[in-house]
Design a protein around this ligand. Structure first.
Ligand code: AR6
Length: 169
């Protein structure tokens, strides 16, 4: 299983995977963090397509073209805002990973890159989020051959160390 999972320290907008995942908000109309970076690099056509999607519920995912990004598709998912852990945050985050992987598979994506959904502005604890991300990806890969490869993209050293540690267990 682990040969199908990679961890990298990078800006997700530079990756030439079939799909990159965006940590969006319910409007799908852009924002800061990774969402802002993806929209800047993709160009205004991405926002035009996002306007046609009527937003997205928390835990859900929607797919668009990648436009000026090296990636072919962007999968926009909406993570939960961390509110202490008793508000279904874990299940909603798990659902983001599952729905994104399902969409990637349905669209023939062999490679997909994930940022740490909810671990920025939405304040989900990084190690807890990484554990959920890894678990969901492993479960999905056990039952599906596509995507073949999943890349966890870490924007900071701390997240990178957390993923390395959890995957090497
Ligand atoms: N490449 C990879 N990872 C990144 C990049 C990048 N270019 N930029 C940031 N990260 P965040 P959230 C990491 O705040 O917590 C937006 O305004 C970052 O270090 O982007 O899900 C949306 O519109 C962190 O680990 O997303 C929503 O309103 C992770 O990406 C809200 O933020 C996610 O941080 C969503 O908050």
């Amino acid at each position: 299983m682990n040969h199908r999972i990679e961890v990298t320290h990078a800006d997700i907008t530079t990756l030439k995977t079939d799909a990159i995942v965006n940590a969006a908000n319910n409007s799908l109309l852009g924002g800061g963090g990774v969402d802002g970076a993806i929209h800047r690099k993709a160009g205004p056509q991405l926002l035009d397509e996002c306007r046609t999607l009527n937003g997205c519920e928390t835990g859900g995912a929607k797919i668009t073209q990648g436009y000026n990004l090296p990636a072919r598709f962007v999968i926009h998912t909406v993570g939960p805002v961390w509110r202490g852990g008793n508000n279904n945050e874990d299940d909603l985050l798990a659902s983001c990973y599952r729905n994104s992987l399902r969409l990637a598979g349905e669209n023939g994506c062999h490679t997909i890159a994930f940022p740490g959904i909810s671990t920025g502005v939405y304040r989900f604890p990084k190690e807890r989020a990484a554990g959920i991300a890894i678990q969901q990806v492993k479960d999905f890969m056990e039952h599906n051959t596509t995507p073949e490869k999943v890349i966890f993209v870490c924007f900071d050293e701390e997240s990178h160390n957390i993923y390395q540690k959890l995957l090497n267990r």
